[in-house]
Design a binder for this molecule. Sequence first.
Ligand SMILES: [Zn+2]
Length: 315
Amino acid sequence: MTDQPVTVLGIDIGGTKMAAAIVAADGEILTKDRIATPPGDADQVFAALGELIARVKGDTEPAAVGIGSAGPLDQEHGLVSPVNIAGWRNFPLVDRVRALVGDVPVRLGVDGHCFALGEFWTGAGRDVGSLLGIVVSTGVGAGIVVDGRPLLGQSGNAAHLGHVVVDLDGEACACGSYGCVETYASGPRMVARAKRRGWRSTEDVDAAVLSADAAAGDEIALSVFDDGAQALAAGIVATAVTVDLTTVVIGGGVAKAGPVLFDPVQRWVKRLAQLPFVADLTVQPAQLDNAGLIGAARLGWDLLPAATPSESALR
Ligand SMILES: [Zn+2]
């Protein structure tokens, strides 16, 4: 190592984009860049990521690496199989990244966990000890930070809030269960529900159109957002009473809908959160544009006991 300040490389792997950043001990991004996730086989996709990493890293020698990736993941063996990256199936991402950056600690995490960790570290949760972070887009992902540490679970898959069952008579879910939060609250499921009720039933439209129509007062769009909000609120309150927390942050494409999502979520949370220790449950929009990237870097920082920022964040 040189006398450079200690830094960590954070990497965020998604189906549409890949980002990397060099991050300081206080969560500040020193350099960053992103690329569209390329099509192609395993090596073609990794070659693009490798170029991105080299460009971002420059001459710096990060002391650790944190990687957030769309799932599913095999954390024990450092393998990723992101649903939206067809070329990577059981791809040895941790070993391949380590080969690029040298023999430093590398940790892999679920993208939802990294989102929560990023908002906890430098975003909406920076003044609290525990937080639930939710990403609402084509699916519903989440992560939980409890007492300053990410809750990973025994297989690394904690906080699958999208698959909490909230309707005992609900629709089939992609996971094999039924009535999951995701069957009401994901973008594609909300669009499908609205179409079944007669909204733009013959058009090729997405959740952004649905949220614009809801904001303009379309009754079907509003009712579908209300259903999605009720399901999210049920999942939020179930989580809050289980792990005992009151700070909830929502990001992701569907969350960009703004008040047409957040207003009914707040209303339903207020209705459902009745126990005194969750009476102050607040749900707010994400503050960071790149919470997943910053949270990935935090995973790396937490591998460095001498330099970990955890204790200062814990107050
Ligand atoms: Zn499910």
